[in-house]
Ligand binder design. Structure first.
Ligand SMILES: [Zn+2]
Length: 228
């Protein structure tokens, strides 16, 4: 890792890899460091000038990644669930569980340490999100069937994914949904289901793919754009 200072005095860390690429490629990592690839003919001076010229882009990308992280991070005193943030209230009890009641998340436990509370909150999110995904999957399938289409048999798995909100492997009849979507509104999660089902009929992101989405879920763009 090399430290580079911008003209305004702020600094950034970057890691340079020499690869036979045409231009200089720059990628911002979640921790705010940069991965740079460039071919061996491009001088370090030229690379650093390029990084400096991209300062605005780097700042915006870092902010976006950090917002995404803080939205989905589980802390012990508040919880984002379906686009809303709920306060967490810990109640001393012999039960070990977290529930959503009266506009707050109530954690019942005998062990009120932050790490244990986070575990119970994660359990609540995992159970609730699994249940929600089942409902949304059924909702999309019934809508398709009612419009004369036949969706293929599908298994859903919920995963922690780094760079994708959903993915599908229709050859295997399988959809993966990113667990971090639990922080977003129900309609946004629904848009990811529609997106993956649309790929069964349209394999790319062509105009026909989006026309299919518009026809079946007219608010697709509005809700999916929260993920951009
Ligand atoms: Zn896609």
């Amino acid at each position: 890792m090399t430290t580079l200072r911008f003209p305004d005095g702020s600094e950034v860390l970057y890691e340079l890899t020499r690869k036979p690429v045409r231009n200089i490629n720059l990628r911002v990592k979640e921790d705010g460091t940069l991965r740079i690839s460039a071919n061996s003919r491009v001088s370090v001076k030229r690379i650093e000038e390029f990084i400096i010229s991209q300062q605005d882009f780097i700042r915006r990308a870092t902010e976006r990644l950090q917002n995404r992280r803080s939205e989905s991070e589980i802390t012990h005193d508040r919880l984002r669930w379906l686009g809303r943030e709920y306060p967490v209230h810990v109640i001393s009890s012999s039960r070990e569980c977290a529930v959503l009641e009266q506009e707050e998340i109530r954690v019942f436990t005998r062990f009120p340490e932050p790490e244990h509370i986070r575990q119970l909150l994660r359990g609540f999110l995992a159970d609730s999100f699994t249940q929600l995904c089942r409902e949304l999957n059924d909702e999309v399938r019934s809508a398709l069937i009612s419009r004369g289409l036949t969706p293929p048999p599908t298994r859903i798995s919920i995963k922690d994914m780094k760079s994708r909100w959903g993915s599908c492997s229709w050859a295997k009849g399988h959809i993966s949904i990113n667990f971090r979507l639990a922080a977003y509104p129900r309609e946004t999660v629904l848009s990811v289901f529609w997106h993956e089902y649309a790929h069964y009929w349209h394999h790319d992101h062509s105009a026909r793919f989006y026309a299919f989405l518009d026809a079946h879920y007219s608010e697709y763009h509005k809700w999916n754009s929260l993920l951009k």
